[in-house]
Write a protein that binds this ligand. Structure first.
Ligand code: FES
Ligand SMILES: [Fe+2]
Length: 365
C-alpha cells in the first residue's frame, strides 16, 4: 500500500519555486474584486473571503457598500449570518447592531446595569467600478494611493460592452495565472481553437509585471470565428500581462480582457473575467452588431464562446490542483519561461509582504 502523501509544504518550508508559488497568498495592499454589484441587493449581507480572512460585505438600504470583519464582537458569530437594517448590520444572535464604521451602536436587550460597551470592528475600504465591488484588504492608509486598474474602454458614454463572468475554481491562484497567460495548452482547447500555433515572442519582467506576447492565430475556431471581424482586426498577435495581482490580454486594441483573482485559500480562488470587444459581428452574417445590441450579443458570446472555453480551463486547473496535492514533491518540469516568470513574481511579492508584516511586528499573513 502506498503511504498516505503528506500535505504540500507551507510557504516558509517550500524549497522549490513551484512549491512556493502554490503556497503563496497575495499582497493585500491592492484593490481586489470581491463580488458583482448586481449580486448584492440593497439591504443584504454576504461573506467574502480574502486569503482565509472572512469579511462581511453588506449593502445598506441606500445602496452603499460597506465591509467589516466578519465576527460579532459579542460571541464571534459571523455577521454575514445576520441582516441589514437601514445602514446597519444586525447580528443574527442577539441583534447587536453595527454601523458602517464597524461601531456597535445598539444592543437591543437588557445590559444588566452595565454601561454601553465601546466596540469597534475593523472595516475595509470598498468601491464600485466596472460592475464589480472592490475591496482593499491591506493597510487602509494605502487604499487612496493604490488604484483599481484603469480600464478607459469600460467607462464613459462610448464604453465597450462587457458582461463579467465570475466563477469559484478549486485551484490555487498561481495555477490560474499560469493557465490564462501561457498558450502552450492549445491541446486542451482543440475543440474551440481560441489560439493556434502560438509562438512566444516576448517574455519580460518589468518591476511587478510580466509582459508576454504571442504570434498566434487568435479566434479562428469554429464558434469564435463567427463573432470576430477577421477582415478588420489583426488576430495574428496577442499581448498579455500579469500585472500583479491582475492579468490582461490585448489583441489589436479590439479584443481585450482582464482577469481579477480573489485568492481564498491554497485551493480555492474566485475569478472575475471581463472580456470586452470594440465590435463584434453577427454570427453567420456579414454585419457588425450595433452598439445598443452588444450587451445582448455579449451575453450570447459569453455563453456560447467564452464560458465553454473557461470551463475547459477550470477542468484543467482543478485537475492540476489535485495532482499537485498528491505529487507536490515530484521534480517540477516547466518548459515555459512565462510560467516561471509568473511564479517568480508571485513568490517575490508574497515574500516581500511577509517581510513587511514581520517588520511591522504582525507576523503571519
Ligand atoms: S453573538 Fe452577536 S449579538 Fe450576540
Ligand atoms: Fe485556456
Amino acid at each position: 500500500m502506498n503511504p498516505v502523501p503528506q500535505a504540500p509544504p507551507a510557504f516558509e518550508d517550500a524549497s522549490r519555486l513551484r512549491q512556493q508559488a502554490r503556497a503563496a497568498g497575495m499582497d493585500p495592499n491592492y484593490w481586489y474584486a470581491v463580488e458583482e454589484v448586481r449580486r448584492v441587493a440593497p439591504g443584504t449581507v454576504g461573506e467574502v473571503v480574502f486569503w482565509k480572512r472572512s469579511i462581511a460585505l453588506f449593502r445598506a438600504e441606500d445602496g452603499s457598500f460597506h465591509a467589516v470583519e466578519n465576527r460579532c464582537a459579542h460571541r464571534q458569530i459571523k455577521l454575514s449570518l445576520g441582516d441589514v437594517k437601514g445602514c446597519r448590520l444586525v447580528c443574527a444572535y442577539h441583534g447587536w447592531q453595527y454601523d458602517e464604521n464597524g461601531q456597535c451602536v445598539e444592543i437591543p436587550h437588557e445590559r444588566y446595569g452595565r454601561g454601553f460597551p465601546k466596540l469597534r470592528l475593523r472595516t475595509y475600504p470598498v468601491k464600485v467600478r466596472y460592475g464589480l465591488v472592490w475591496l482593499f484588504p491591506g493597510d487602509p492608509e494605502l487604499a487612496q494611493t493604490h488604484k483599481v486598474p484603469n480600464i478607459p474602454e469600460l467607462e464613459g458614454p462610448d464604453r465597450w460592452a462587457c458582461v463579467p463572468l465570475v466563477f469559484t475554481w478549486s485551484s490555487h491562484h498561481s495555477m490560474i495565472i499560469d493557465n490564462v497567460s501561457d498558450f502552450s495548452h492549445a491541446h486542451l482547447h482543440r475543440r474551440y481553437r481560441p489560439f493556434d500555433n502560438a509562438q512566444l515572442t516576448r517574455c519580460e519582467t518589468v518591476g511587478d509585471n510580466v509582459h508576454v506576447a504571442y504570434d498566434a492565430q487568435v479566434g479562428r475556431g469554429r464558434i469564435s470565428g463567427r463573432f470576430v471581424e477577421h477582415d478588420r482586426i489583426d488576430t495574428s498577435h496577442m499581448d498579455l500581462c500579469f500585472e500583479y495581482p491582475y492579468q490582461w490580454s490585448n489583441t489589436d486594441d479590439a479584443i481585450k480582457h482582464w482577469l481579477f483573482v480573489l485568492p481564498i485559500d491554497e485551493r480555492t480562488t474566485r475569478v472575475f473575467f471581463l472580456f470586452y470587444f470594440k465590435s463584434l459581428k453577427m454570427p453567420l452574417l456579414p454585419v457588425r452588431i450595433p452598439r445598443f445590441a452588444m450587451e445582448a450579443v455579449l451575453k450570447l458570446s459569453n455563453r456560447l464562446l467564452i464560458a465553454p472555453l473557461l470551463d475547459q480551463d477550470r477542468f484543467a486547473v482543478e485537475a492540476e490542483q489535485v495532482g499537485y496535492e498528491r505529487h507536490w514533491d515530484a521534480t517540477p518540469v516547466e518548459l515555459s519561461p512565462a510560467v516561471q516568470a509568473f511564479q517568480a513574481v508571485t513568490v517575490r511579492k508574497w515574500r516581500e509582504h511577509l517581510e513587511r508584516e514581520t517588520e511591522n511586528g504582525h507576523g503571519g499573513a
